[in-house]
Ligand binder design. Sequence first.
Ligand code: ADP
Length: 169
Amino acid sequence: MELSNIHLVKADITRMEVDAIVNAANRILLGGGGVDGAIHRAAGKELLEECKTLEGCETGLAKITKGYKLPASYVIHTVGPVWRGGNNNEDELLKGCYTTSLQLAVEHGCQSIAFPNISTGVYRFPKRRAAYQAIEAVMQFFNNSKSPIEVYFVCFDEENYRIYHELLN
Ligand code: ADP
C-alpha cells in the first residue's frame, strides 16, 4: 500500500497549484454546475472553446485540455456515473474516471494531479462508497505503474473531508 504520494486537502480545486486538476464534467463537456462551473469560470472562456473541439466524453473516461487562467497547466475532464442504485456498473465507471485521468496526466508529464469528489454532487453517488472507489483506484494505479505522481484528493464539503480522513488513516 503506497500512501506517501496521496494527500488530502479541503480546498477549492480551482486554486490548486498542481500540474493537472480533474473536472467532474458531463458527457457533452460544455460546462455545467458544481465543480465544472467553478473550473470554467476560473479558467476563462478559452477553456469552453477548446472543450467544443473534443466532441464529448463517455462516462468513466477522460479528455485533457489546457488550464488557461488556472494555476494548473491542464484540466482533465472526466465523466462520472450518475448513481442509479449501485447495480449499474457505477463502481467500475467511477474507478475508470480516476484511472483514465491518472493515465492521461502521466502521458502528459504531470507530476501532480488534484481530484474533486467525482459524482458525489448532483450525480448523487454515496460519498463513502465513492471515496472508497477513488482510493482503491489510485492505489491500484500506484501498484501497476511506477510513475511517480502526487495525488491530491480535494474535498470541498466537510462530510467528504471527514470520510477521506477516516479512510486514509
Ligand atoms: P457530479 O455531477 O460529478 O456529482 P458536482 O460538481 O455536482 O459533480 O459535485 C462533485 C463534487 O465537487 C462535490 O463533492 C462538490 O462538493 C465538489 N465541488 C463543488 N465545487 C467545488 C470546487 N470549487 N472545488 C472542489 N470541489 C468542488
